[in-house]
Design a protein around this ligand. Sequence first.
Ligand SMILES: [Zn+2]
Length: 91
Amino acid sequence: MDQAPFHYQPKCSVTGCERPGLFKVAAPWTYGNIRELKNYGLCCDLHRESLFNRAKVQAESTRLSEGETVGPVGLYQMAPGVRDAGLTRLE
Ligand SMILES: [Zn+2]
């Protein structure tokens, strides 16, 4: 069975918001040699500030294990087919 190319449009993480998630709220996370983005959700252009502030509160209350570091929370521009490591961090 042929399937159409996968065009998944992620949605804003704010409850009840049906707008597309244009930005990822995330913080650089390391654990030993592992480097990833710790994901706090996606937001549309209307909710970037509220989700960003919520993520900062979440990040501050996260307890880290030994060897684990989390950098400052930032907004990353979502791009189709781009993995976390290739996302552009916005100022
Ligand atoms: Zn939204």
